[in-house]
Write a protein that binds this ligand. Structure first.
Ligand SMILES: C[S@@+](CC[C@H](N)C(=O)[O-])C[C@H]1O[C@@H](n2cnc3c(N)ncnc32)[C@H](O)[C@@H]1O
Length: 202
């Protein structure tokens, strides 16, 4: 089964923080990742970091519902000469991933063809927390035995440790699903699971 790492980063906001990025790069190197998948691209910081870290013939499949933020970072990725390593998948692919679980491995999409089961070395999930378990089920199909899956912000900014009434209304769904996600992961004895707390110096 893949190894898993949960990153918990305070004040990193949307983009992955540079120090957490260095940790991700280290894990990419440890598994000698060549084929990776990322859910949650934003402006592409973690995507660029991954592209810079994996070998020249490596491939990254990246999924986000919003391509507009990626366009902001794209000139930098292009300037770095790395765009050939990237496949940015569309919203439609995301919907497909979410809705057609039973048949997704028979889809026309390269990522989801049967040959891709267990073929990814590394996954980084940094998107909507309420869907983490859905992503996890899919990543467990796609990532090979001995691969690494990283989930961002598995303490949900610390809210998982607070009573629900002390958590802002809009953060409660994420808090609850993150608690359930962490409980399910820690109960899975097949996985090797590590949760890191990452606090940025301000
Ligand atoms: C925290 S940002 C990702 C940061 C990025 N990994 C980086 O290093 O800069 C979260 C991203 O998840 C995307 N997102 C949110 N909900 C999503 C969904 N349901 N499916 C795919 N992407 C989603 C958002 O559009 C946003 O770009």
């Amino acid at each position: 089964m893949p190894f898993m790492v949960g990153l918990c980063m305070s004040l990193a906001y949307f983009g992955t923080s540079p120090d957490a990025g260095q940790l991700i790069a280290m894990f990419l190197k440890i598994v000698n990742a060549k084929k990776t998948i990322e859910i949650g691209v934003f402006t592409g910081y973690s995507l660029l970091l991954t592209a810079l870290t994996i070998p020249d013939d490596g491939k990254i499949t990246a999924i986000d519902v919003d391509r507009t933020k990626y366009e902001i970072g794209l000139p930098i990725i292009q300037k770095a000469g790395l765009s050939t390593k990237l496949t940015l998948s569309s919203h439609e692919l995301y919907q497909f991933l979410m809705n057609c679980y039973k048949i997704m491995f028979y889809s026309i999409y390269v990522t989801l063809q049967p040959k891709n089961e267990g073929s990814f070395d590394f996954a980084f999930v940094d998107a909507d927390k309420v869907n983490y378990w859905n992503y996890h089920e899919r990543m467990m199909r796609l990532v090979k035995v001995g691969g690494i899956i990283i989930y961002d912000n598995t303490l949900w900014g610390g809210y998982v440790a607070l009573p629900e009434e002390d958590v802002p209304e809009k953060k409660r769904a994420g808090r609850q699903s993150t608690i359930e996600f962490n409980n399910s992961i820690s109960a899975d004895l097949v996985l090797k699971y590590l949760m890191l707390q990452w606090v940025m110096a301000s």
